[in-house]
Design a protein around this ligand. Structure first.
Ligand code: FES
Length: 138
């Protein structure tokens, strides 16, 4: 339905960094698009490809993965693993006819509340511009 579409975004946050940045942004009352649901993960390396595909299948229009900066992962190379999976997933999405811009990966420190805010708002606007996911049942 044109004009009534509101994107649904899933945010998968590393609990060591981006989740704390989300808290910081919330405590500071930084204005953010309300179109996201946040799930705290132990590390971005925990994000399996099927989580993304299942989120899209269940109605998410986009998925943002947010983790520790390169070199800062608590599990040493977890975020590098996530980066490799991210690249593969974007290719896979394209092959399924899904715009790869529906998936984004960001590095956000625990102290970067304003960056979390900016990345959320920017991603929601990108997904809004893409329209509903082709997997959406509505
Ligand atoms: Fe944060 Fe690995 S612990 S990305």
């Amino acid at each position: 339905m044109a004009g009534t579409y509101e994107p649904k975004v899933l945010v998968l946050c590393c609990g060591w960094c981006a989740d704390a940045a989300a808290d910081l942004a919330g405590v500071a009352r930084l204005p953010m698009q309300p179109n996201f649901t946040l799930v705290k993960m132990e590390c971005t390396s925990r994000v399996e490809p099927e989580f993304i595909l299942e989120a899209l299948r269940l109605g998410a229009d986009g998925v943002l993965i947010a983790g520790c900066h390169p070199g800062d992962c608590h599990y040493v190379g977890g975020n590098y693993r996530a980066l490799r999976r991210f690249a593969l997933l974007r290719t896979m999405l394209q092959q399924f006819g899904v715009d790869p811009r529906r998936l984004r990966l960001e590095w956000i420190l625990a102290t970067e509340g304003p960056k979390f805010q900016q990345k959320i708002n920017s991603f929601v606007e990108t997904v809004r511009g893409l329209g509903p996911s082709p997997f959406r049942a509505e």
